[in-house]
Design a protein around this ligand. Structure first.
Ligand code: ADP
Length: 544
């Protein structure tokens, strides 16, 4: 016997419809690429999204067609998210920092029909537009600009295009299993691969990801997604904000510490989300400023390991850091670090220790660990293995591939090496491609980095393997000094003593002005290995 309840499809159109109807006046603050700050609201975003969907329909763009965006976090990008997906098309967010040939590769791979881009990218698009085999319409995300109009034949302008659509056009019926958006992995450890999300996977992530033990945003929050909208849909925040009527602050292109600090203080942001490098830069800016960060209560930190030393530094400003783990393939939030009831009895330092792990799975996500022979490992908090995941918002097959990306029994192999304890708290020990194998023993780069970053004269550090004749690989640390300090290698190496076993202590510390950071804010260890992989051999330090 079937249940006898209403069945409404879980669609992105229904999200924006809700925000427009029940949170019409809630503000959306947007920093435009020009630096101008504009204010709109959910009503206007919803109307514009419907106008865009109907305008695209009039251009002949059909259900399932891919419409790409190359844009920072701003109001038009938000409208495009809802307009494209709500209208039944697929919103393909492209990383603006891709090299022009990679950009063409990704747009051709996705077979994009429309390419929306900010005017600042016009010179690049002008150069490569003839390489974009499937794109029928190029749309500048701004008002009409007669000079720019000459650059690409038939160039359209977003604000003009909207005018051709209808503000009262209803959202079309869309199958909840239909594709809604397409995001390529950032390619930190390999070629980018497309992950095609569905309305259903997005809505389930929206509903479950925001429960009280998840991201926990409410209509009382002012939310700043520093995480880019081209990176796993800004961790789902635009959808969560629409479902809950949050006030949104979209930061535009300038994500340096000073700009983010000013934006948080001026908009009274209560919750912000981003990768650890964003928060490191914010801390440096904060320490050099008079601000006490009065409005900010919480941040979600993910995408790379949260350095434990950051937790008390933010706590001093009354900010709680919530550590979360996910991937493009898990769209993205899979685990988040929220406490259990019994943890309220812990001391502050025990709580800080607990906060450093990547947290417990949300309902709808399941984790397991396997050894190299594909045997299941215990969840005892000590045994380390390959992390596999399955769940309602986890990839099944990469876009355009003929076979599933799963194990025979239906799990996705994350490429991360982890431990899981009996409560489900997971620790990422490393990425399998980054972990260092010294004389047959594994050394976690995350652990080496956390220690270096805890040194008061180091602001950021990355540990990588350097080739070694005797041990195959030995760890070296590439570090950025704190302003106005002058640590030397011996100081940093001495700092490791007693914190880890002596054979795990790095063989060298190299100081650099900056670390290579990818478009999604992650340290590019591939680059560091290229640059410093032979350091020990060259320095004759390979016969220890
Ligand atoms: P890329 O693999 O190109 O970096 P993703 O953005 O999908 O693209 O990154 C997912 C990976 O980022 C995870 O597999 C994991 O290695 C890493 N990661 C994400 N969140 C965390 C975290 N909180 N701690 C440690 N590593 C993380």
């Amino acid at each position: 016997m079937l249940g006898q309840m209403m069945e409404m499809p879980l669609t992105i159109g229904s999200l924006i419809e809700h925000a427009e109807r029940y949170h019409p006046k809630t503000e959306i603050i947007s920093v435009e690429t020009s630096g101008e700050r504009t204010t709109s609201n959910w009503k206007e975003v919803g109307q514009h999204a419907r106008m865009l969907a109907s305008a695209l329909g009039k251009l002949g763009i059909a259900n399932g067609d891919r419409c790409a965006t190359i844009a920072w976090n701003n109001r038009r990008h938000l409208e495009s998210y809802f307009g494209i997906s709500g209208g039944g098309m697929v919103c393909h967010t492209i990383n603006p920092r891709l090299a022009p040939e990679q950009l063409a590769f990704v747009a051709n791979d996705a077979q994009d029909k429309v390419l929306f881009f900010e005017q600042s990218f016009l010179p690049v698009i002008e150069k490569i537009h003839t390489l974009l085999e499937t794109v029928q319409y190029f749309v500048v995300m701004g008002p009409r600009d007669d000079a720019a109009a000459q650059s690409i034949p038939g160039l359209l302008f977003y604000d003009d295009l909207l005018e051709t659509g209808e503000a009262d056009a209803p959202w079309p019926d869309v199958d909840e299993r239909a594709a809604s958006s397409l995001c390529y992995t950032s390619g930190t450890t390999g070629d980018p691969k497309g992950v095609l999300y569905s309305h259903r996977s997005t809505l389930l992530h929206t509903l479950v990801g925001n429960q009280p033990d998840g991201i926990a945003l409410s209509a009382q929050d002012t939310v700043l997604p520093v995480v880019p909208m081209f990176h796993v849909n800004a961790w789902g925040v635009p959808y969560i904000a629409a479902a809950n009527g949050c006030k949104l602050v979209l930061p535009g292109p300038n994500l340096d510490g000073e700009s983010i600090l000013a934006l948080i203080d001026e908009t009274e942001t209560t919750m912000a989300l981003g990768v650890p490098t964003i928060w490191m830069n914010l801390l440096t800016a904060l320490e050099a400023s008079e601000s006490t960060l009065p409005s900010l209560k919480r941040t979600v930190v993910g995408g790379a390991p949260l350095p434990p030393s950051m937790i008390p530094k933010f706590a001093a400003y009354g900010v709680e850091l919530l550590h979360a783990w996910g991937m493009t393939e898990t769209s993205p939030v899979a685990t988040i670090n929220q406490f259990l009831q019994r943890h309220s009895a812990l001391s502050d330092s025990e709580k800080t220790d607990l906060r450093t792990n990547q947290g417990r799975p949300l309902f709808g996500v399941d984790l397991r660990l396997l050894d190299e022979n594909k045997q299941l490992l215990p969840h005892d908090g000590k045994t380390q293995g390959d992390l596999q995941v399955r769940g309602h918002w986890v990839v099944k097959r990469y876009f355009g591939k003929d076979s599933d990306a799963l194990t025979d029994d239906g799990w996705f192999d994350t490429g991360d090496v982890s431990t899981i304890d009996e409560d489900g708290y997971m620790v990422i020990r490393d990425r399998s491609k980054d972990i260092i194998k010294s004389g047959g023993e594994w050394i976690s780069t995350v652990e080496l980095e956390n220690i270096a970053i805890a040194h008061p004269h180091i602001v950021n550090a990355a540990a990588v393997a350097a080739r070694h004749e005797l041990w195959d690989e030995r760890p070296i640390v590439v570090a950025v000094k704190a302003p106005n300090t002058s640590p030397v290698e011996a100081d940093i190496l001495a700092f490791y003593k007693g914190k880890i076993q002596s054979w795990q202590i790095p063989d060298a510390v190299i100081f650099v002005d900056t670390l290579p950071i990818g478009a999604t804010g992650k340290v590019q260890k591939v680059e560091l290995r290229k640059q410093f992989g032979e350091h020990l051999i060259e320095k004759g330090k390979n016969n220890a």
